[in-house]
Design a protein around this ligand. Structure first.
Ligand code: AMP
Ligand code: MG
Length: 346
């Protein structure tokens, strides 16, 4: 999870205070900024009790620190411990939360028709994305890519029982770059909810979870134009939900004018190039995160994969700049008239 991106602007956050700031019984807006998961994480909480908010922020920050370490793809932590055990063919004990996470990953892998495959860590590493810096140099050889694809790593190679994980395939290397933020933000939201804080937005570099409202209205988030600098429109959220975007422009390897994206098609080991960005709205961050990655991999077949995944709200921008939205998504999104892109709905 070393992803730096600013696709969604926290458009709903610009309004400032909610009326009588400072009055003990009036809700006020509390903001906090951290750096986790390779990106800025902006949190906004609306509540009257500043001490309660401060305490919850502390707990969420500690939780994000733990998840950041434990799910990191190339630094020491629980994921590295698991990947090491898999590589040497040993069983490893895992936390109950990880047991549930593995089951969810397996489910999303199957429902995405294999497009979402967080077991392809070897390929992601081969393309040079297991580093804080963007990769440089030449793309890997076709021969080497084919070797890794032929090993067919899949989350379904993993068995978990009695709190122990074992993989039939030693070439499974878990990389949760396409899932971990959703997992973390869902957990963060759950902590806020436990603390009685329900009007919250957590924006991790454009991937965000929202709940409740601001200024008596649902949060509204700006949609960043992947080809430009400003917002190309906004999305109206409703209640508790998650809005996640996968973009081929976020991390990449540039070679001789060709750009190789960090999202890899598990079928041929190549970076995706049909789709520039895929945005999914869902009730949980884990589902929205995995689905956005899956749609980016699916390319022109994204509608089929969205259907298998049960995703109703999705927006995809293709490499020609065309915007396609599902009907349900079109009801939510207002695009700036100056965007001047071809828009297809349905
Ligand atoms: P996201 O921005 O959520 O799409 O996550 C992209 C990250 O997910 C990449 O940087 C990789 O760490 C990982 N990834 C790449 N390809 C896949 C894939 N086909 N399935 C699941 N995760 C992937
Ligand atoms: Mg994702």
């Amino acid at each position: 999870m070393a992803i730096s991106r600013r696709r969604f602007l926290a458009g709903g956050l610009t309004a400032g205070a909610l009326g009588l700031l400072g009055c003990a019984h009036e809700a006020s807006v509390h903001r906090q900024r951290w750096y986790y998961f390779g990106t800025l994480v902006d949190v906004t909480v609306v509540h009257a009790d500043a001490r309660r908010v401060a305490h919850a922020l502390q707990r969420v920050s500690a939780l994000f620190g733990d998840i950041h370490r434990n799910l990191h793809a190339w630094r020491p932590g629980e994921l590295q411990r698991i990947n090491h055990a898999i590589a040497v063919g040993e069983a490893v004990s895992i936390a109950p939360s990880t047991v549930r996470m593995i089951a969810d990953i397996q489910d999303q892998h199957v429902r995405s028709g294999g497009a979402f495959n967080p077991a392809v860590g070897e390929l992601i590493g081969l393309w040079g994305f297991h580093d804080d810096e963007l990769p440089t140099g030449r793309p890997p050889s076709r021969k080497r890519i084919d070797e890794l694809v032929d090993r067919q790593p899949s989350p379904l190679d993993i068995d978990v029982s009695g709190g122990r994980l074992i993989s039939r395939n030693r070439h499974v290397q878990l990389d949760l770059g396409g899932y971990g933020k959703g997992y973390a933000l869902d957990a963060g939201m759950a902590l806020f909810r436990e603390a009685g804080l329900t009007d919250v937005i957590i924006n991790a570099g454009g991937d965000l979870n929202v709940s409740g409202r601001q200024n008596r209205r649902a949060w509204r988030v700006g949609i960043r134009d992947p080809g430009g600098h400003g917002a190309m429109g906004y999305l109206q959220t409703a209640g508790s939900e998650a809005v996640y975007t996968s973009g081929s422009y976020e991390r990449y390897l540039d070679v001789d004018g060709k750009r190789y994206a960090h999202i890899i098609d598990p079928r041929d080991g190549m970076p995706v190039d049909d789709i520039v960005s895929a945005t999914v709205v869902d009730s949980a961050g884990t589902r929205a995160d995995a689905a956005a990655t899956a749609l980016a991999v699916a390319g022109r077949q994204w509608r089929d994969v969205a259907e298998f995944l049960g995703v109703r709200e999705a927006m995809v921008i293709d490499s020609q700049g065309g915007i396609a939205l599902t009907t349900a998504m079109a009801d939510r999104v207002s695009l700036d008239a100056r965007t001047r892109r071809q828009v297809t709905v349905g």
